[in-house]
Design a protein around this ligand. Sequence first.
Ligand SMILES: Cc1cc2nc3c(=O)[nH]c(=O)nc-3n(C[C@H](O)[C@H](O)[C@H](O)COP(=O)(O)OP(=O)(O)OC[C@H]3O[C@@H](n4cnc5c(N)ncnc54)[C@H](O)[C@@H]3O)c2cc1C
Length: 339
Amino acid sequence: MEEALDVFVIGGGPTGLATAIAARLKGLRVVVADGRIPPLDKACGEGMLPDGLPAAHQLGLELEGYPIRGIRFHAENARVAAEFPQGPGLGVRRIKLHEAMVARAESLGVEMRWGAPVCSLENIDARWIVGADGTTSRVRTLAGLNATRGTLNRFGFRQHFHVAPWTNYVEIHWGRSCQIYVTPVAENEVGIALISRDPKLRVAQALAQFPELQARLAGAEPASRERGAITGNRRLRRVAHGNIALVGDASGMVDAITGEGLGLGFHQALALADALEQGDLSHYQRVHTTLSRRPRLMAQLLLTLDRWPSLRKIAIPAMASHPQVFKGLLAVHVGATTS
Ligand SMILES: Cc1cc2nc3c(=O)[nH]c(=O)nc-3n(C[C@H](O)[C@H](O)[C@H](O)COP(=O)(O)OP(=O)(O)OC[C@H]3O[C@@H](n4cnc5c(N)ncnc54)[C@H](O)[C@@H]3O)c2cc1C
């Protein structure tokens, strides 16, 4: 007789795979279904901040990428940088991250079903169903968990260029109407991610606001095609109902500018696997709320700088004059302090 299935994960992106790996490490029998077929790429800044790396290690992931020492802000009238207090983060191409996660999941015995979109929850024969199906989650709708606060009203586009990284920081360039951030991802490749409130703005147009960056990229061949996705801050009232739980972007979102989506998703996945093992999703609901608190606070701070150019024109030079303030804020951002 076939062994009963414990967990059916809908969505084989980073958080669906992280949940599958974490659940499998607890001995649960897991299937992952995704509507697409690998290699799976997605618009992402591709910075894994250091607070996400312990979760990646707990999942047993061996990630290859470009070490990132810290964050540097470039504003119209000032720049300021700080290193991560707990050691480097990692710039990692999304496709490579996905490949490494699929390999890890398969090596543990997770059953992968690619090209298998899930349209209904009715015939899923598993003790638990996990919705890891991203921003527009169908599982969220089917489970009646759509009640949200916040809106996704920012638009992200990313493209890679063949050029040797000129920095081992993630650079965030603040422009009139957008931010561009630069993540080194390999010895000869950098990722450029644009975020704005204008769905029509694209990387090439936005670069015109940043002559220094434009000069760095002059003549560099694109290494990928431009991809877009929606972002913003969104919070769900509940992330679990009955035997269904949501994880990752399906379970809410912090704006892409935080660089926290992947790390947060990995921590949620570990917490969800604990709850599945204990058979108690209320535990997951509580931990999910706690995990989201700090990234949400930092996202609000960063979006305040986005919305108020006059404040930004004062705040970034002030931090440049008092770099310890920026250092302290970065430490809070990456969870290296509770203050
Ligand atoms: C512009 C931009 C820049 C970003 N930069 C960073 C960054 O630098 N660092 C960081 O940590 N985070 C960043 N993020 C956030 C990060 O990309 C997301 O948090 C992360 O992709 C969430 O992963 P996920 O697995 O939850 O969702 P997704 O990656 O969206 O995966 C969902 C999966 O579900 C599948 N699916 C959907 N519907 C169905 C269905 N009905 N049936 C089966 N499968 C389905 C999809 O095919 C997909 O594979 C950025 C986001 C954006 C938009």
